[in-house]
Design a protein. Structure first.
Length: 230
């Protein structure tokens, strides 16, 4: 039986293998070094940056919106203790007769009222361009809605008292800040295929940074009731 000479383990072959192993270990160490550097604190990796473009082709900071991977949020920081009422609808008036001990009144109808306020939202940000995109992120923007009430409940009246069904929206003055913003690195990047002539820059997302301010008359509740007077 003939033995293949290539399988023989001589002393020289063991030494050669040890040298080869040390050589490959050195190459592996060099290959891993850049990966360790990228993972070091304070060094941004490509995965943490996004290529974004401003509508004015500038490299200003950007608020996160529907088109970005991250979204800016509005955060409430203070609100007034007191609330106030807006009567958005007044129904017909009923008076309890004077010549009865007491009476009860129920309008017993359903009413839907749409309401809207055109003022009451204030936004202050350090970069004017960003202000155009923040209204949709702010609570109670447009301050509109509708209230539906079924007046099946009854109110008790004294002789001569008036009653009128009303719909009420309760509001509270509230202010807050914005949380999360994209900061530009200043480095240019390739624009999107749909906008080959546009200018785009690399941005880094700062998720916990608070900036700017907003104030609004925030809706607390809406309901139907009776206004009773004499």
């Amino acid at each position: 039986m003939t033995v293949n000479a290539g399988t023989r383990r001589s002393g020289d072959s063991v030494v050669a293998r040890k040298k080869t192993s040390k050589k490959w270990m050195g190459l592996a160490t060099l290959a891993l070094a850049p990966m360790v550097l990228l993972a070091s604190p304070g060094v941004a990796s490509a995965a943490s940056q996004e290529c974004l473009g401003n509508s004015d082709n500038s490299s200003r900071d950007i608020a996160g919106n529907w088109s970005t991977d991250h979204k800016t949020q509005s955060v409430t920081v203070q609100h007034a203790n007191n609330t106030w009422q807006d009567w958005v609808w007044r129904g017909p008036t009923f008076q309890c007769p004077w010549n009865v001990p007491s009476c009860s009144y129920a309008w017993q109808q359903s009413k839907t009222t749409g309401w809207q306020w055109s003022a009451g939202l204030s936004i202050k940000v350090p970069i004017p361009v960003i202000g155009n995109d923040l209204a949709s992120l702010t609570p109670s923007y447009n301050q509109s809605g509708s209230t539906t009430t079924s007046y099946t409940f009854t109110t008790n009246l004294s002789p001569g008292q008036f009653a009128q069904p009303i719909q009420v929206v309760t509001r509270r003055w509230t202010q807050g800040v914005y949380k999360g913003i994209y900061h530009t690195t200043g480095a240019k990047c390739l624009p999107s295929p749909s906008n080959p002539n546009g200018k785009a820059y690399e941005y880094t997302w700062s998720p916990d940074e608070r900036w700017g301010s907003w104030a609004t008359n925030l809706k607390v509740s809406d309901y139907g009731t009776y206004n009773v007077w004499k």
